[in-house]
Design a protein around this ligand. Structure first.
Ligand SMILES: [Zn+2]
Ligand SMILES: [Zn+2]
Length: 298
């Protein structure tokens, strides 16, 4: 297979463009897309934080952002044995190579328990629900303390299309309203604005790019991920993409378009949590109500 732009050997086939690209042309194409995605989202004097996990997405993202900005990395250690501890080592290595300061915070130190220590039989939801909320909340709080103006999140096109489709199928319009290029953007000073440099990059391309730059990344999925629903949505999207190349982009575009139309109606008012003072939609934030539930079972 030859590159569609030159006579070199192709390293990847990009079906939705009907092209194959060699290493040089693919790297150029990939970097250009990420630059374009970030355009207008970061100002030259912004202090940019990068949420890293030790996995391939955040590793690739950090590589690219470290060339454009002067970022700091932030990692949340949820306390998942055999998974996060390995990935923490990975993240340390990547940050060291790129000369990026790494700030690590753990559930254990901040909340007093590890995710492994949850008593899942007596909790109303699966561990991923708690982990997602608690991690996001800690990321926001610590990013603010570290003085980040923006926080980069490593979701790729596959993640974004899955989430968009899931929200749509479930009729969760308030979630769609909060998606888009800049997520969680509410004109509220306590929210650190988040952006997703890789949201227009298919997972396959992120993996290929990571291999080409010699990224040593943890590819393992979190052992707690048993979200059957998301897995079904992922498989369906992959089938459609195979049959109708470009489907993932269309789903993302539809979701973004819809978010713009409905944001005022569904985004809701932002109040302050009566317990911790963090921004939230109700009287008490999700983090505080979850912590309360967890602590009752410990
Ligand atoms: Zn080429
Ligand atoms: Zn709270």
């Amino acid at each position: 297979m030859k590159c569609s732009k030159c006579s070199e050997k192709a390293v990847i086939k990009i079906n939705y463009m009907g092209q194959a690209l060699c290493e040089k042309h693919f790297r150029r194409f990939f970097k250009k897309r990420v630059r374009k995605t970030c355009k207008g989202l970061i100002k030259y004097d912004d202090k940019v934080g990068v949420a890293v996990s030790g996995g391939k997405d955040s590793g690739v993202m950090l590589h690219l952002l470290s060339k454009q900005t002067d970022p700091e990395a932030i990692l949340i250690d949820e306390g998942i044995e055999g998974y996060r501890d390995k990935n923490v080592e990975n993240a340390k290595k990547v940050c060291e190579e790129l000369n990026v300061p790494l700030n690590i915070y753990s559930f254990e130190e901040e909340y007093g328990f590890r995710l492994d220590g949850l008593d899942d039989k007596n909790l109303s939801r699966g561990p991923c629900s708690y982990c997602g909320v608690l991690r996001r909340s800690l990321l926001n709080e610590k990013s603010r303390e570290l003085g980040f103006d923006k926080l980069a999140i490593g979701h790729n096109l596959d993640d974004e299309a899955q989430t968009g489709l899931m929200n749509f199928v479930r009729g969760e319009f308030h979630r769609i309203a909060r998606m888009g290029k800049e997520v969680g953007v509410v004109e509220e000073e306590d929210f650190v604005k988040r952006f997703k440099p890789l949201r227009r990059c298919p997972e396959k391309e992120v993996v290929t790019y990571g291999l080409l730059i010699g990224l040593d990344a943890g590819f393992d999925e979190c052992p707690y991920v048993k979200q059957a629903y998301r897995a079904d949505i992922r498989d369906s999207l992959n089938d459609w993409e195979e049959k109708y190349p470009g489907t993932k982009f269309s789903v993302l575009n539809s979701s973004d378009e819809l978010a713009g139309l409905i944001e005022d109606e569904f985004r809701g008012e932002i109040k302050k949590c009566s317990e911790c003072g963090e921004p939230c939609a109700g009287d008490i934030c999700q983090k505080c109500s979850m912590l309360r539930e967890i602590r009752e079972t410990l």
